[in-house]
Write a protein that binds this ligand. Sequence first.
Ligand SMILES: C[S@@+](CC[C@H](N)C(=O)[O-])C[C@H]1O[C@@H](n2cnc3c(N)ncnc32)[C@H](O)[C@@H]1O
Length: 275
Amino acid sequence: MPLTPSATRALLESLGHRPRKPLGQNFLIDGNIVRKSLQLAGLQAGETAIEIGPGLGTLSRAMLELGCTVYSIELDSSLSGHLSDTLSKEFPGTFHLLEGDAVKHPRAGTPESTANLKVVANLPYAITTPWLEGMLEVPLPSDMVLMMQKEAADRITAQPGSKAYGAISIFIGAAYERAGVHKVSRACFYPVPGVDSLLLHLRKKDKPVLFSEPARELIRQLFTQRRKQIGSLLQKREDLHPWLEMLPEYGRDRTTRPEAIPLEAWLALDGLGSN
Ligand SMILES: C[S@@+](CC[C@H](N)C(=O)[O-])C[C@H]1O[C@@H](n2cnc3c(N)ncnc32)[C@H](O)[C@@H]1O
């Protein structure tokens, strides 16, 4: 069970810790959201989960009490010190904590051999996209249940033609399906955040596809000029002209802008030319 707002405040005071806004420190204080996150992930005793930014340990504790093994990474040394003094001692065999940056260690030190990996996390808002991109390597977690800022969830799940559609929508869309999106009240956090949050459940597709790094780089670059015609953006890339010729198969052509090109067409780009 998460701590109440007053118990959270008291614990933070006893640690001499003031929530740090740049690190997205809005701690969960709502038991229903904690339960729902674990349920959506379908977590069972004996399974392994990654948590990003365990903070005061609310989500980690719930997963550990369920009988899961948890790999977590926390950047803030005072919070990581608190977790070492508490959860690490209570669950020495199943709680693994790294102090560091989740963008550099997206899997929080999970052994490569771990099968059936899941992620449950209340993400620090600033790193949502770079961390998520870092997760797009094999082995892919089967489920990711992620609390994030509404705008980030909109970008991740955006469809072609919408303003929010971009490189991350394409990379995630190739590997994961949106299994559910749930609104979360600002009152579920302490301190109350100044933005709306959503709980997004991503489930690995039956046949997930990962873009190669050169293709990712090219797609990111094309989206920096998202409103230019794809034909003129790729004018000098003769190796990719066969792909431009293929666009009518997807109901598009050289005059289409990157923001209107569907996932299937981007998938056909990877492996073509020298991208
Ligand atoms: C939204 S809070 C979630 C805290 C806790 N999991 C909860 O739900 O109450 C985000 C947490 O991520 C940590 N954090 C911020 N940036 C980080 C980074 N780059 N790598 C790892 N942890 C980070 C913060 O210190 C904070 O503990």
